[in-house]
Ligand binder design. Structure first.
Ligand code: PEP
Ligand code: MG
Length: 606
């Protein structure tokens, strides 16, 4: 009934468009991770486990066969005839080579675990059913899904159901094989973390926005990614050849040889460009008029710190500590475990400052693995405005003090700065200060070493930007979180692709808040940086320099490009354009025109 076809070589070429979130070109074969309807583990097995994995798959199948046969024998004599016929259809599907044979192929050729192989093959076959002309046959897709779900259930029972969806794509040597690109309806930020150092060369998701945390983690991996395509995971099939154009947000599926060649050329060009920019690693970031600029790194885990040093970062401007708290099945990291993580980051930065942000759980970063769509639709009414970040920390005082103690203990090993997310009230700063006093006393009492730690707050809620003069006397520094500042100023959910076109960093209201925060902090003698995605986007480098920003924090991979812009900028001259840009109805166009004109009049030294 079904053809045991696994790959689609003759499929038509088509394009899908989404939001470009990480630059560059990736070319490879699509790997679809299962929809959340069937929650299966995805991981690669090693060569030695192929035979036993096939065995395991067949055992799962045989168990379901036995179940169905027992059901059939136990059918009461007056049971409708259709019931027995249905069980026969299910048994037939279970023995069909198109299911078992091709599933084995995924295990042998791709080293997928049994569950992944089965769900990949289900996906292939389900599409074949969809294309059938005969309505009766088309409707057999539901039967196929049911039997596969039964087999997955049997496998999960055998395994004790250990891994969650898409969580275990361990590293595997794919040398000599086609590059793989991951396609999914959505990926939770915590799952995205698992893909760091994984085999994928690019990502495509149906949902998400430019500064959703899934996108941020993809960007930190420095591989092309397009999110918010709405339907890529429905249109793209397992093993399709796909090009991701991360510069414009295009996904080209089954490209023609000419298009493929064109993109291979672009890929080579961007590799050359990267190599050229990497040579700036040891060049200090100083503008043409001699302003020294700090280029700090945003990291998610201590293991990211060496890449920051390698990229030429002069410190860590944002350590998103919440990634230490995720995917732990409700078990939060204890004080010692956190202390080790912070100390590791500090030591890896070799004396350069490390800004640790207290846990920013909530919104699109839940504690447990939950995809953005699950979050949005099932669990929390309005997570971005709920109990997130410092609100959650203050609601969990002993957890908060534990984190503060771990941070202060790590301060004995290097320069640490403490950064608080989502501050909106002066009362919150007071509560934080009280917690710090108590924690320092506890450490002193127990004879544990610590040194001075600067306290800073993130300016990411418009209220904080507007009341900055009241906040500044109480803090040592501020860091502008433009991702959330834009979200809350414009009332646009940063993770929602439906309103992504309205998420506008160039909006005059956003620019006013950023400009006033920078100038007021400077006037008050407080250091100010930007650690949102605008800091790493070269389209904003001139503007932020013009506004007086001297400290930027971004993913390590973005540092060379931003540094190149800094080396070519004359900060004093740029600043003269700020009033005109802020007064304009169309700041993006005015900034582009004015800055381009200035660049023409400036002869770069680099
Ligand atoms: C921000 O909001 O700009 C920021 C840096 O924090 P996060 O992206 O983690 O919310
Ligand atoms: Mg934020």
């Amino acid at each position: 009934m079904m053809k045991a076809r696994r790959c689609y070589s003759q499929r038509m070429s088509f394009q899908v468009f989404g939001i470009p979130v990480s630059r560059g070109v990736a070319i490879g074969r699509a790997v679809l991770v299962a929809s959340s309807r069937i929650d299966v583990a995805h991981y690669f097995i090693d060569d030695a486990s192929v035979a036993s994995e096939i065995e395991r798959c067949l055992r799962g199948r045989d168990e379901v066969v036995r179940e169905l046969e027992t059901l059939k024998t136990d059918l009461p004599s007056d049971a409708p005839h259709e019931l027995a016929a249905l069980l026969d259809v299910h048994l037939m599907l279970l023995h069909d080579e198109a299911l078992t044979g091709a599933t084995k192929q995924w295990i042998v050729e791709r080293h997928y675990n049994a569950e992944w192989a089965l769900s990949a093959q289900l996906e292939v076959l389900a599409r074949q059913f969809d294309e059938m002309e005969d309505e009766y046959l088309r409707e057999r897709k539901a039967d196929l899904e049911q039997v596969v779900e039964r087999v997955l259930g049997a496998l999960a029972r055998e395994q004790g159901k250990s891994q969650g969806n898409a969580a275990s794509l361990a590293q595997r040597d794919f040398a000599g094989e086609d590059p793989l690109l991951l396609v999914a309806a959505d990926i939770a930020p915590a799952d995205m973390m698992q893909f760091k150092r994984s085999v994928f060369h690019g990502f495509i998701t149906d949902i998400g926005g430019k500064t959703s945390h899934t996108a941020i983690v993809a960007r930190s991996m420095d591989i092309p990614a397009v999110v918010g395509t709405r339907e890529a995971s429905r249109l793209i099939r397992q093993d399709d050849w796909v090009i991701i154009d991360g510069d414009v947000g295009a996904v080209i599926v089954n490209p023609s040889p000419i298009v493929l060649e064109e993109y291979r050329f672009r890929q080579r060009q961007s590799e050359l460009e990267r190599a050229r920019l990497a040579r700036l690693r040891h060049t200090p970031a100083v503008t043409l008029d001699g302003e020294r600029i700090e280029l700090h790194a945003n990291i998610e885990l201590p293991g990211d710190a060496p890449a920051a040093v390698e990229a030429g970062a002069t410190g860590v401007g944002l350590f998103r500590s919440e990634f230490l708290f995720m995917n732990r099945g409700g078990q939060l990291p204890g004080e010692d475990e956190q202390f080790e993580a912070y100390r590791a980051a500090v030591e890896a930065m070799r004396g350069m400052p490390v800004t640790i942000r207290t846990v920013d759980i909530g919104a699109d970063k839940p504690l447990d693995r939950m995809s953005p769509s699950e979050l949005r639709h099932e669990h929390v009414l309005n997570p971005a405005m709920g109990l997130r970040a410092i609100r959650w920390s203050l609601a969990e005082p002993s957890m908060f003090r534990q984190q503060l103690r771990a941070i202060y203990r790590a301060s004995a090993y290097g320069k640490i700065r403490l950064l608080i997310p989502m501050v909106a009230h002066l009362g919150e700063v007071r509560q934080i200060q009280e917690a710090i006093v108590r924690v320092k006393q506890q450490l002193t009492d127990s004879g544990q070493a610590y040194t001075h730690v600067d306290l800073g707050v993130m300016i990411e809620i418009p209220a904080a930007a507007v009341m900055l003069p009241l906040l500044l006397p109480h803090v040592d520094f501020v860091s502008i979180g433009t991702n959330d500042l834009i979200q809350y100023t414009l009332a646009i959910d940063r993770a929602d692709e439906a309103v992504a076109h309205l998420y506008d960093p160039w909006h005059p209201a956003v620019l006013h808040l950023i400009a006033s925060t920078i100038s007021q902090a400077r006037q008050a003698g407080r250091s100010v940086s930007v650690c949102g995605e605008m800091a790493g986007d070269p389209a904003f480098t001139d503007l932020l320099l013009a506004m007086g920003l001297r400290s930027f924090s971004m993913h390590p991979a973005q540092i060379p490009t931003v540094k190149q812009r800094i080396l070519r900028a004359d900060a004093a001259r740029l600043s003269s354009a700020v009033p005109q840009i802020l007064a304009s109805e169309d700041p993006a166009t005015v900034a582009e025109t004015v800055f381009a004109g200035q660049r023409q009049r400036t002869t770069p030294l680099h």
